[in-house]
Design a protein around this ligand. Structure first.
Ligand SMILES: *Cc1c(COP(=O)(O)O)cnc(C)c1O
Length: 403
């Protein structure tokens, strides 16, 4: 007898560490913007593996590129050159306008690399080892000790103290709060261009410009974490490109490989020349041929499908659709977001609404307890948005009541 979905879930609870409160579903395959569970039930996916599967599931060109690379070579070592990594780096430079690329296996590792870059840059200037980084409250940068240290959510950090030292926190979009934390030892100011986990808070243009000017004046590195908001999600390849405020160092991951684990930190030539050198940083897997063949194909498909332009259009449609939903319910406080990175803020926990939507065949995710986050595949169309809002509206009505 074949195993049922429930028996797999029971086994998972015996075998996997309990670090997630998982939804009671086992997804088995995907196709386009739909996921299928083990019972063959279809779900419209507005999560995309948390802003990862930008091109949708089962994209044949992407799958074929990976299969071809598997048959050639999956891994060598960073002590040798490989063509996919060279091509991926060239393409990433072209879309970002940055000059130097280091490939990692995850977002958190990209943040680690950015932190090391900033510390080394400052160390080479004055030989001191007490430099400080300013990060933001409500930020999220990952779960490793360094990335956790700059994550502005004490709840995530508390049990794991002590963190790496010399991190100060300020508030996103409150320039004075940042300026107040600057000392003669500040080496970097770090934030997400659009805060994701913290509740979908876009940085304002005014804030971006002022922080950039402050960094220029004091030779402080501006590090932008584009792991969630980058790769076309806001309607530009990287969210900072909307403002014309360029970082010195930036991180990317999530949609970069569209499912193959890969991230990167990038920097300007000036920073590259004056920070990490041979022996300062490394990784066994980072930038291996398989991961980089995914990056190459993803960036190629982004160009072919003109993903950013598409996101500007469907993003505007999602925005107005969510505004209409928000206007219908007193339990919704506001909508926030840019492009296909949106949040609906409720006056109550949203877990129940999400569970009901799942029952009706729609996958949603929260950001914090009171916010439903919308980070769908970037290839969704208007019909997908309409289908989503129909199920969402019904699910909210069941929980909040009302018209
Ligand atoms: C997801 C995320 C990370 C961490 O990425 P991992 O691949 O999970 O390590 C870091 N920063 C931001 C903004 C993220 O959304």
């Amino acid at each position: 007898m074949s195993q049922t979905m429930q028996s797999y879930i029971d086994e998972a609870e015996q075998a996997l560490l309990h670090t997630y409160n998982r939804y009671q579903v086992v997804f088995e395959k995907g196709d386009g913007v739909y996921l299928y569970d083990m019972d063959g039930k279809r779900y419209l996916d507005f999560v995309a593996g948390i802003a990862v599967f930008a091109l949708g599931y089962h994209n044949e060109e992407y799958n074929d590129a990976l299969k071809a690379q598997i048959d050639k070579i999956i891994h060598t070592s960073n002590y040798y050159y490989n063509v996919p990594a060279i091509e991926a780096a060239k393409k990433l430079k072209a879309v970002s306008g940055m000059d130097r690329v280091f490939f990692t296996n995850s977002g958190a590792e990209a943040v680690e690399g950015a932190i090391k870059t900033a510390r080394k840059y400052a160390y080479l200037k004055d030989g001191r080892t007490d430099h400080e980084i300013i990060a933001m409250n409500h930020s999220f940068h990952g779960r490793t000790m360094g990335a956790l240290s700059v994550t502005g959510n004490p709840h995530y950090r508390e049990a794991f103290e002590p963190m790496i030292g010399n991190i100060r926190f300020a508030d996103l979009n409150d320039f004075d709060s940042v300026a107040r934390q600057v000392t003669d030892r500040t080496c970097a100011i770090l934030f997400e261009t659009v805060q994701g986990e913290g509740g979908i808070w876009p940085a304002t243009e005014d804030f971006m410009r002022k922080v950039r000017a402050l960094c220029d004046e004091r030779d402080i590195l501006l590090i932008l974490d584009e792991i969630q908001c980058g790769m076309g999600r806001t309607g530009e390849m990287f969210a900072w490109q909307r403002y014309g405020v360029k970082p010195d160092v930036m991180t990317t991951a999530k949609a970069l490989g569209c499912g193959v684990p890969v991230g990167a930190f990038l920097m300007t030539e000036k920073v590259g020349e004056n920070s990490l050198k041979a022996g300062d940083h490394g990784t066994t897997y980072g930038g291996n041929p398989l991961a980089c063949s995914a990056v190459c194909k993803v960036l190629e498909l982004y160009e072919k499908l003109d993903i950013p332009a598409r996101v500007r259009e469907t993003g505007a449609y999602l925005e107005s659709s969510l505004d209409r939903v928000a206007a219908q319910f007193d339990c919704i406080r506001e909508r926030r977001g840019v492009g296909l990175m949106q949040g609906l803020v409720f006056d109550r926990p949203v877990g129940d609404i999400i569970t009901r939507a799942m029952d009706k065949g729609l996958v949603l995710i929260n950001a914090g307890t009171d916010i439903i986050r919308f980070v769908p595949p970037l290839v969704i169309d208007r019909q997908n948005v309409d289908d989503m809002t129909a199920i969402l509206t019904e699910s909210i009505r069941e929980v909040c009541g009302g018209r």
